[in-house]
Design a protein around this ligand. Structure first.
Ligand code: C2E
Ligand code: CA
Ligand code: CA
Length: 532
């Protein structure tokens, strides 16, 4: 925006002229300069002073006209510039498709509330569309866009001018209700939105039908408005969990969960950087011979006050906050150091997360760790899930071949639980597959699981892959695996995951001949924290 000051600065020369003229006039009047001049010029007729005066007068008039014209031009330019600036501002703060304010504008609004100290009792609503992806996939993006535009209109129709509705991106919308709105108004709006958004959109003979779920959050005085969206998002998540097409409030329980999660994130960051997350080891046995073949490395976090935290709690957080790679490398290194002097026959299988797998320097980093710890590469097995391979098949192929060149083996983990594309098995150089524990535990009671596991075994046999059954919990599970000639097993029946020191103790005692040993319980379970 150009200010008055800018305008004055641009036109200073004209101001100077105008000012000068006024000053000259005042002085002339005060000292009767014209009378003086008149007398003087009459006295010196041959100097043509009066003609000179006419010339100067003309010049001044000309400049005055030029000033007016120029100043009009300038104000036109300034107005155009203001318009362009306003437009740029609007584009930056508005979603082009729906014309609604965008995420940036919405966050600005919340920050303004914080700055004004007005964020008390504010209600923020968040929603996203159910089945929107299906509309996009089935009818194409043009119809997807249409759904978004209509939804924006429907939301606006339920609101007043002082409410702010924004499109956050994708199929996500947020609303900040006008100050002073109470829970009853918010719930009324939520109910009406649920109804109006789920009305089918009829266009070009098509009926496009989406639904929505809604999260509501009401801020208390001690909360920052800038967190409101996060709270509403959590409420939205819980609305979806309790069945779609509903609304849910962010409440004390959810807040507790959110606070707990943030605390856990902070603790986890510290724990990873201090190597407080340590490898545990779960034995893998050969089923026919009862021989100990090696261990799977499983991360365990022993927290001062929380006790042992299992990986299904922290691995997901580590993924979310970008810690998974440093955690993975720390575990690998600690595990190699711990196991390097164990019986050289014993293999060590380490889980590599999809993120870690894709980080681009996987093979180099494994090589580095092997040479720095002096661990024999032929004892190392890398466990990968299909998620890791799926995103970039070529990268996976190269990496797996390089690992094979190093002498490192690769196992496909959780087989059966995911996509289980047989093409992956055929085209990628795996050495073994691990059948997901959910098929194995209590397999006697499930003829269907028995058929699946028998099928997987036949398939693996045909592809020359060895098979490890996870989750062997009962003697009956083991009997079944024996009967179908599954090579290896791992599970609570044999032993729970245990610390490196406990492994050493077991290797000196019960497993000294590298066999499982007979009687139950096979391991002093009380010494080992329970997994999962
Ligand atoms: P996973 O790779 O499938 O690991 C096997 C899980 O089954 C382990 O859970 C193990 O303790 C558990 N388990 C072993 N025997 C039995 C049994 O008989 N019955 C049952 N019900 N469970 C059994 P855990 O240690 O809680 O690990 C869970 C998952 O966390 C692992 O699943 C793996 O995906 C991930 N994880 C663990 N450690 C790491 C790690 O260092 N890096 C990465 N990226 N992921 C890890
Ligand atoms: Ca595994
Ligand atoms: Ca597994």
């Amino acid at each position: 925006m150009s200010t008055v000051y800018d305008r004055l600065r641009e036109n200073w020369i004209y101001l100077l002229i105008a000012g000068g003229t006024a000053l000259t006039f005042a002085i002339s009047v005060r000292f009767e300069l014209f009378e003086e001049f008149h007398a003087y010029s009459r006295a010196h007729e041959d100097w043509e002073l009066d003609e000179l005066a006419v010339l100067i007068l003309n010049l001044t008039f000309g400049l005055l006209v030029a000033f007016i014209v120029r100043s009009r031009q300038l104000s036109k330019v300034a107005a155009e510039r203001d318009k362009a600036e306003r437009h740029a501002q609007e584009v930056a703060c508005n979603d082009v498709l729906t014309g609604l304010p965008n995420r940036r504008a919405f966050m600005e609004h919340l920050l303004d509330l914080d700055r004004a100290g007005a964020a008390n009792g504010e209600i923020v609503i968040m929603l996203d569309l159910d089945r929107f992806k299906a509309v996009n996939d089935v009818h194409g993006h043009a119809y997807g866009d249409l759904v978004l535009v209509r939804t924006a209109q429907r939301l606006q129709a339920e609101l007043e001018n002082e409410d702010l509705v924004a499109r956050l991106g994708g199929d996500e919308f947020a609303i900040a209700l006008k100050p002073g709105s109470d829970a009853a108004r918010a719930e009324g709006i939520a109910r009406r939105i649920l109804k109006s958004v789920s009305q089918p959109i009829v266009e070009d003979g098509l009926r496009l039908s989406v639904g929505t779920s809604i999260g509501l959050a009401r801020l208390t005085a001690d909360q920052d408005a800038s967190n409101a969206l996060q709270f509403a998002d959590q409420a939205l998540y819980s609305a979806k969990k309790s069945g779609r097409g509903q609304y849910a409030w962010f409440d004390a329980e959810l807040e507790k969960v959110a606070r707990e999660r943030r605390a856990l994130e902070l603790d986890l960051k510290q724990a990873v950087s201090n190597d407080q997350i340590a490898p545990f080891f779960q034995p893998v046995f050969d089923i026919a011979s009862d021989r100990l073949r090696g261990f799977e490395v499983l991360a365990r976090w022993t927290h001062e006050t929380r006790g042992v935290v299992p990986p299904d709690v922290f691995i997901e957080i580590a993924e979310d906050v970008g810690l998974i790679s440093s955690l993975g490398w720390s575990i690998l290194r600690q595990a190699l150091l711990a196991a390097k002097d164990w019986n050289p026959e014993l293999a060590l299988a380490v889980n590599i997360s999809p993120t870690q797998f894709r980080d681009g320097h996987l093979v180099e980093r494994i090589k580095e760790n092997l040479s720095e710890t002096g661990f024999d590469p032929t004892r190392l097995v890398i466990e990968l899930t299909e998620t890791a391979i799926m995103s970039d098949f070529n990268l996976a192929q190269t990496a797996l071949l390089e690992l094979r060149d190093l002498g490192v083996r690769v196992a496909l983990d959780d087989f059966g639980a995911g996509f289980s594309a047989f093409s992956n098995l055929r085209q990628l150089p795996f050495d073994s597959i691990k059948i997901d524990g959910s098929f194995i535990s209590h397999i006697q009671g499930s003829p269907e699981n028995q058929r699946i596991v028998t099928g997987i075994l036949a398939l693996a046999h045909g592809l020359d892959l060895s098979v490890i059954a996870e989750g062997v919990e009962t003697a009956e599970d083991l009997d079944f695996l024996q009967s179908i000639k599954c090579q290896m097993g791992q599970g609570y029946l044999f032993a729970r995951p245990m610390s490196g020191r406990d492994v050493e103790w077991m290797l000196e005692t019960k497993w000294s001949s590298l066999t499982r040993g007979e009687d139950e319980p096979s391991t002093p379970n009380t010494r080992f924290p329970k997994a999962g």
